[in-house]
Write a protein of this length. Structure first.
Length: 329
């Protein structure tokens, strides 16, 4: 497969064929089903200063929040009643959530919802921390690698962050028995066809259970606030390519795509994606989890966003099972 050609062609038939092939492979592996994950944004505090991110340490005028254990459990209860069987606890790298605090929360969710998968997305931690969280009951971990090119990584991150440590985390997570997710932004500043080729090679070699990709969207108050957004079209093509090179991958139609285009998530499903992640966070904190501008569905209730997503998926002919939706590898 010539990735450069697929990403640059202006032949609409070639693009349609690409989407159809990816969709066919997804159907073969998972059927015409889309899995739901309930996203709970537990904190927008972050010790890191990633140049693209709207909740970076130096983000000006951002009201910081963190959810309590009780609030998180309440989000899970609501989600469970709505048919969610995976909860994704996502947050900035917030030192308040020590291993002790986080293990207590994970264990409480595990106890209250033994039929659910618990996914963490809390950035880089040490191997021992990952081990303790795994023992407390976490099943999966999402940590986008952001780019598989070390120079590009350095362009997107402050010097105290290292590409090697990020990759080390992904390998540690894998060894500890997590289902692991990596991923990257499409159209991030400095991205080229060469760096994308490395991302795809990394995915092909590492074979992560999940891959999260979405367009880069500039965030106000960040060094990249004036940089152009990534393209929806390129994101869709990359979703299709990832499905084709790694047929079993769990591939979300991300909110960043839904933010950039009114039917972005439907188009992602048509290009081979098979996961959606409606927001279960409390209504009053959603707008504060502003990793990029105009983030989707800041106001709606959990029930509303879940029902909206279900209806949208049904309308394009997909079932949304009440199921953990584990990797079918
Ligand atoms: N645009 C799009 N995605 C972003 N992320 C962070 N900032 C942005 C942005 N401005 C993504 C990163 C991160 C994930 C949680 O969100 O890839 O890993």
């Amino acid at each position: 497969m010539n990735i450069r050609r697929l990403l640059t062609t202006s032949d609409p038939n070639a693009v349609e064929e690409l989407y159809a092939e990816a969709s066919r492979i997804r159907d073969e592996v998972y059927g015409r089903r889309v899995f739901m994950r309930g996203l709970i944004e537990i904190s927008n505090h972050c010790k890191n200063n990633c140049l693209y991110c709207g909740i970076r340490r130096d983000a000006p005028r951002l009201t910081r929040y963190r959810l309590t254990k009780e609030q998180i459990l309440e989000c899970c209860r609501t989600g469970h009643a709505l048919g969610f069987r995976t909860f994704v606890l996502q947050g900035g790298e917030d030192g308040w959530f020590t291993d002790e605090v986080m293990c207590d929360i994970v264990a409480a969710i595990r106890k209250a919802h033994p039929d659910c998968a618990i996914t963490l997305s809390l950035g880089e931690r040490g191997r021992d921390s990952f081990r303790r969280l795994r023992e407390a009951g976490a099943d999966r971990y999402l940590l986008r690698h952001e780019t598989a090119d070390a120079d590009h990584y350095a362009h997107l991150h402050p010097k105290e962050m290292s590409f090697e440590h990020r990759m080390q985390c992904l390998h540690d997570l894998r060894e500890l028995g997590y289902q692991v997710g990596c991923g990257f932004m499409v159209g991030s500043p400095g991205q080229t066809l060469d760096t994308l080729q490395k991302d795809l090679d990394f995915i092909r070699d590492f074979r992560p259970e999940m891959v999260g990709i979405g367009p880069f969207i500039p965030a106000s108050g960040t060094p990249f606030e004036e940089s152009p957004a990534g393209s929806v079209e390129a994101t869709l093509r990359l979703l299709a390519i990832i499905r084709i090179i790694h047929p079993h991958v769990l591939l979300p139609a991300t909110s960043a795509l839904g933010t950039m285009h009114p039917t972005g998530r439907e188009r992602a499903i048509a290009a081979g994606a098979n996961v959606v992640m409606p927001n279960l966070s409390p209504q009053d904190t959603r707008a504060l989890y502003s990793i990029y501008n105009n983030k989707l569905a800041t106001g709606s209730e959990a029930a509303e966003s879940a029902n909206d997503i279900r209806a949208r998926m049904k309308a394009i002919g997909f079932e949304v099972p009440t199921d953990r939706g584990d990797f079918a590898g």
